[in-house]
Design a protein around this ligand. Structure first.
Ligand code: UDP
Length: 459
C-alpha cells in the first residue's frame, strides 16, 4: 500500500464464469478514489479480456494486467489450455486444477474470497457441509436443507460436485478450496442485499460480518460496446443482432443460452431446438456443442430446422453478446442453465427465466429463482448431468416440457404478468443498488474502509 492508496490484486479463477465478473469488479474498484487494481492472469486470458478492459484503461483508470506464465506443460496440459473452456479432454481437469496454485497467505495479505455465487448458495453449501444431512439418503431422496429462512428441498443428485461426485475426481482440489474459503478474511458477493436479504443476514452472521454484496457487477458496463464485448469476441455482429431484436415486438423474444461450459448431448440439444420451435415464439438460440458440432450442424441442415425457423429464429454459433441481448426490450424470457452470472444478468434486465440447471450450484440457483424470488419456471430437469458424461444421459427433458415452460413464462395471463412484474421490480432494485445511495454502492465503500483500517492496523 502506497500512502493511503489501496492496491487490490485480483486473481480470478481462469474460466469465463469467474473471470467475467472479476474483470467487472476490477473496473468498479478502480473507479474508487485512491484505489488501483492489478489482475493477475495468464497471457492468453489477458489477451482475451484485453478489449474489455481497454476502455477503462484509456479512460485513465488505474487498472492493469499482471501476466503470469501458466505451467501448462509441467501440469501435463497442451499449450494454450489456460481457461476451463479450453480443456480439451475432461480427464485433464485434475491437471488443470493442479496447475492453479495459491500464495496469498504467505504474505499476510487479507485474502478476500470471490467465488462468483450468491449468499443463498453460500449458505446452502455451508449448511450442507456442516450438517451432511444427505449422507445416508439415497441420491434421489428429497431432504430439506437445514438452517435456511425458507423450506428448500433438494436431492443429493442435484447437488454440486463436492456433495455429489462425478467420475472425474476433483475432491483434493475441492477440499483445498473449502479450507482456504473458511480461512479467508472475508467474502465479496456478486449480488445485492435486496435480492436475498435474509440470506445475506444469515451468511453475515456466519462470517463475522465480513460479507460485502457489491453487485450486480455486470451493471458496471454502461454502454453497448462494453456489453457486446464481455468475456469473448461475439460470434455475431453487434449491429446485426440489434437489428434483429429491433424487428420484434417488446417482450416477445425467448433467448436461450447455456453459458460457457455446458455441453448438451446431441439428442437433448435437438429436443431443446424442437421445444423452441414448438413454442411458436421468436427466439435467439446460442447453439454451442463444441464436442459434437458436426452432428448438430448435420441435424440443423438435414432436418430442415434452420429453414423452418428462419423467419423467427436467430441462431448464434459460438459466443453471444449476452448483456446486449438481455437488455433489449424485445426479450421477454431467458432459457438458462442457471449459472449465477446469467441469472443475475437476467435479474438486472428484469427478464423472467425458464430454468434448466445442469450441474455445479445451478439447481440451488434454480430454487432461488423459482421458489424464493418467483421469477422463473423450470423445464423439469431433475438431476445433475455430470460434465464429461453427457452422452450417458440421453434425453432427460422432452421438447414438450421446454415448450410448456416457455408458454408459462411468456403467457400474458395473471400468473405470467405477476411473474413479469416481480422480475421488473427486482431489475429496478438491482439498478438502484449500484448507484450512489444504493446498498451495493455503500458496501463497496465499506469494503474499502475495512481493508484500509486493516492495513493501518497491521502496518
Ligand atoms: N456469456 C456470454 N455469451 C455467451 C455465453 C456466456 O456473454 O455466449 C457470458 C454470460 O453473460 C455470463 C457468463 O458468460 O456473464 C457465463 O457465466 P454463468 O455463471 O452464467 O455460467 P458458466 O459459463 O459459468 O456456466
Amino acid at each position: 500500500m502506497a500512502a493511503h492508496r489501496l492496491h487490490f490484486l485480483l486473481v480470478p479463477h481462469i474460466g469465463p464464469g469467474h473471470s467475467i465478473p472479476m474483470i467487472d469488479m476490477a473496473k468498479l474498484l478502480a473507479k474508487q478514489p485512491n484505489v488501483m487494481v492489478t489482475i493477475a492472469t495468464t497471457p492468453l486470458n489477458a489477451t482475451r479480456f484485453g478489449a474489455t478492459l481497454a476502455g477503462s484503461i484509456n479512460a485513465g483508470l488505474s487498472v492493469q494486467f499482471l501476466e503470469l506464465p501458466f505451467p501448462a506443460a509441467e501440469a501435463g496440459l497442451p499449450e494454450g489450455c489456460e481457461t476451463t473452456d479450453k480443456i480439451p479432454s475432461l480427464d485433464l481437469v485434475p491437471n488443470f486444477l493442479a496447475a492453479i496454485g495459491e500464495t496469498a497467505d504467505k504474505y499476510h495479505i487479507p485474502r478476500i474470497m470471490f467465488d462468483g455465487m450468491s449468499c443463498f448458495n453460500e449458505l446452502c453449501c455451508n449448511n450442507l457441509y456442516v450438517s451432511k444431512v444427505f449422507d445416508c439418503l439415497p441420491e434421489s431422496e428429497p431432504f430439506i436443507v437445514p438452517g435456511l429462512p425458507d423450506r428448500i428441498e433438494l436431492r443429493r443428485n442435484q447437488l454440486p460436485a463436492e456433495f455429489n461426485p462425478s467420475s472425474i475426481d476433483t475432491s483434493e482440489f475441492r477440499q483445498q478450496a473449502r479450507d482456504s474459503e473458511v480461512r479467508a478474511y472475508g467474502v465479496v458477493i456478486n449480488s445485492f442485499e435486496e435480492l436475498e436479504q435474509e440470506y445475506v443476514n444469515e451468511y453475515k452472521k456466519l462470517r463475522g460480518g465480513k460479507v460485502w454484496c457489491i453487485g450486480p457487477l455486470s451493471l458496471c458496463n454502461s454502454d453497448d460496446s462494453d456489453n457486446a464485448q464481455r468475456g469473448n469476441v461475439a460470434s455475431i455482429d453487434e449491429e446485426q443482432c440489434l437489428k434483429w431484436l429491433d424487428s420484434h415486438e417488446p417482450e416477445s423474444v425467448v433467448y436461450a443460452c447455456f453459458g460457457s461450459l455446458v455441453r448438451v448431448n446431441t439428442p437433448q440439444l435437438i429436443e431443446l431446438g424442437l421445444g423452441l420451435e414448438a413454442s411458436n415464439r421468436p427466439f435467439i438460440w446460442v447453439v454451442r456443442s463444441v464436442h459434437r458440432s458436426n452432428e448438430v450442424e448435420e441435424w440443423l441442415a438435414e432436418s430442415g430446422f434452420e429453414e423452418r425457423i428462419k423467419d423467427r429464429g436467430l441462431l448464434i454459433r459460438g459466443w453471444a453478446p449476452q448483456l446486449l441481448i438481455l437488455s433489449h426490450p424485445s426479450v421477454g424470457g431467458f432459457l438458462t442453465h442457471c449459472g449465477w452470472n446469467s441469472t443475475l444478468e437476467a435479474v438486472c434486465a428484469g427478464v423472467p427465466l425458464i430454468t434448466w440447471p445442469q450441474f455445479a450450484e445451478q439447481f440451488i440457483n434454480e430454487k432461488l429463482i423459482v421458489q424464493v424470488l418467483g421469477t422463473g419456471v423450470g423445464v423439469g430437469a431433475d438431476a445433475v448431468i455430470h460434465v464429461g458424461e453427457e452422452d450417458r444421459y440421453g434425453v432427460k427433458v422432452k421438447n414438450e416440457d421446454v415448450k410448456k415452460a416457455i408458454e408459462k413464462v411468456m403467457d400474458d395471463g395473471i400468473e405470467g404478468n405477476e411473474r413479469r412484474k416481480r422480475a421488473k421490480e427486482l431489475g429496478k432494485m438491482a439498478n438502484k443498488a449500484i448507484k450512489e445511495g444504493g446498498s451495493s454502492h455503500l458496501n463497496l465503500t465499506l469494503l474499502i474502509q475495512d481493508i484500509m483500517h486493516h492495513a493501518n492496523a497491521t502496518s
